[in-house]
Design a binder for this molecule. Sequence first.
Ligand code: ATP
Length: 354
Amino acid sequence: MPETTIAVEARNAVKTFGQGAVAVTALDNVSVKIKQGEFFTLLGPSGCGKTTLLRLIAGFETPTSGQILLDGDDITNLPPNKRAVNTVFQSYALFPHLTVAQNIGFGLEMQDRPRAEIKDTVARMLALVQLEPMADRKTSQLSGGQQQRVALARALAPTPKVLLLDEPLSALDLKLRKEMQIELKRLQQETGITFVFVTHDQEEALTMSDRIAVMSAGLIQQVGPPRDIYTRPANRFVASFIGETNFLAGISDGARVKLGNGAMLDVVAPRGPVGLAIRPEQVRVVAVDTAGAILATVASTVYFGTDTHVHVTLSDGTEIVARQQSPATGGVEMQKGAAVGVVLAQDALQVMGD
Ligand code: ATP
């Protein structure tokens, strides 16, 4: 990847808060490259360090060690207002006494840009976020979704190189949140600006991002496009944080893996004890006499409308969930205690590291 396509880079970034016994390492030697024009998401559970990384990029915090680069330039010690970076906060942080148009033009006014340019940019931004009829309203008279749009327009108006978004949708109700997800993606594509988006919502990350960095405990566990993260999780943490996963224990002879119930799987893994993972939609529950199927007993079925989750138990006590499309009518009744067969899609089995 040529350096010129990298918008933001964190190089060996460490951030420690406090000292001695109360010291917290929020970022533990994090290195990541975010490409120009991509929708890049920092995803992870509460406290994993994603906001800290965003704040280092924004300049609200300085790293304990390591560097932050923007377009290849070291900006580690530049103050926030000297960086071509803008942030949209969860709280919107709008000025309630100003109108929508004045809020959007605020950053440009601060930069003393020519009047005509400000007027033109504000008009473009109002159109971009579809708030033209509300230009002269005070922001205190807007709904949550409209306020979020103003916050986005205000942040985009000075054409930053990078827009940082810190859980910007979490204050919205589910329906509005879904609408704003589409809106955000559209804004990113239309402006071509690099977006760095923070969320702990895996579905939001999977649906919106070009690439995702999955974080835990101050470390980046995996970086990749949503499909790679989902289908080829790098380790147990990623596999269990993103979507549902079945974990199976087995012993490898180097060519095949033997499960606890004696079933043999065509999976190549280093000799010895091995952990395998498989997504519920890659497991099929079939008739008990199906050739090659692993014997199991139905523990429960849960109907979700479009699909049904069948929980089965193998003879050694291992529990597996199969997710299958609900039949339009009828279908095989899977009563608790029924003997069934289970087929694992061999190419979807992942050998798991720790
Ligand atoms: P959340 O989703 O809850 O916002 P996060 O992944 O964004 O979490 P951070 O806010 O980056 O996590 O925090 C990472 C760790 O650093 C946490 O343990 C947090 O308590 C700690 N931390 C963050 N800011 C400070 C601070 N100013 N002083 C002390 N500790 C802090």
